[in-house]
Design a protein around this ligand. Sequence first.
Ligand code: GDP
Ligand code: IMO
Ligand code: MG
Length: 430
Amino acid sequence: MAASPHTAVVGLAWGDEGKGKIVDLLCADFDVVVRYNGGANAGHTVCIGAQKFALHLLPVGVLREEVTAVIGPGVVIDATSLLKELDELAERGIDVGKRLRISTRAHLVMPYHKIEDRLREGGDAERIGTTTRGIGPCYADKMVRSTALRMVDLLELPRIEGRVRSLVDAKRTQLGARIGGEEAVLNFGEIWGDLRIAAERLGPLIGDTSAYLLDAADAGKRVFFEGANGMMLDVDHGTYPYVTSSSTGPQGIAAGAGVPPRFVGRTIGVTKAYTTRVGEGPFPTELHDETGERIREAGHEYGTTTGRPRRCGWLDAFALRAMVRLGGVDEIAVAHLDTLSGFKRVGMCTQYRLAGRPLNSLPASAAEMSRVDTVVEMLPGWSEDLRGCADRGRLPANARSFLTRLEEVARVPVTIVSVGPDRDQTIIGG
Ligand code: GDP
Ligand code: IMO
Ligand code: MG
């Protein structure tokens, strides 16, 4: 049997690894691009010449005219936010039109999910530091089932009016006094009005995307999967409870896109040349000093979705190796190698230790994860500006050694190196 041409890009850390840029670059050779997890918590940036795009619910592939974009069943959709994204693209001359297909089975993020998310995050000790896009509460309702709404419901609006009314009432009661000034947002009339607009505009795009993908594959089309968030944020395998609420890695593709487990033939894991994290939770290689500050400024490490400053640290290649194994990742794309130019020495964590003993996997307990000691190798740095470099062989010797060391620790090849935010600032090939 010929190898599957279908390819996936996933983040190997806590999100914002630079997936958007890599997807944009690679999906030129594909017919369909699919989002299979998460929602508008994602922020995928693409720079094309002077133009910069930040996409949240739409897969980045939609920027290419010849590509069909799919939002799969595993995604949670804030319809108003999706419409805004479509309108913003239209204003910039990108007409997504019929090139978008949305799964009937994807769930709807409702206004009360966002309120619930904000209230939960409201300052007590159990803060996760979410994006407050309603992601967790929506996935929670998906699992409860009787309290959930799906895209297919938009196709049968008259039938669900009573149901939506009682859901809104129930949520108002449930959120109770805590809701305070946000009560106005839980107005049935307004919510219903927005659903009607969503049904009218998105209705023609809603269908069975799983059947669409399988038919496309049978017809010889190539499918690309765009992971959102990052594997260290995976609800099962990440730094729980400081994670997002979906299956972010390759594990999530079959369920979240509605394709067979062996559909994908090539999986590319994306990492920065250092590690970042937004929100709360353990981050063993975090630098609380001026080096961390320097990385943040050099890499413009401020969130695409929320604008929050990202926490920065040396590359956690130990955690990365664990994610490569878990996801069966075939190769690595390294972004932001340019950002490390000018550091005398650059660090790479190759091992965790706990109570003096080396670990061979990641602790399940966030408390334990916060206590690990990291073995950080300090490698010689480089000072050259890498942004014009088009060939791995022409990188400074120390930058090449950094990549080689990463390959040794990760035990898979680095096949893409990104040396700037632009499409053409990329070195392809190991
Ligand atoms: P994503 O969520 O994984 O798609 O990543 P984000 O888009 O949230 O964050 C990555 C940021 O880094 C964006 O602002 C990109 O434009 C930028 N970026 C991506 N690759 C590179 C790179 O190689 N060098 C530099 N300097 N910036 C990059
Ligand atoms: P992209 O696709 C970075 C983080 C949040 C928070 C935790 C839970 O751009 O890489 P949520 O709102 O999902 O319930 O928040 O997960 N998080 C991300 N961090 N990039 C993302 O997406 C993220 N998506 C969620 O900051 O810590
Ligand atoms: Mg992002």
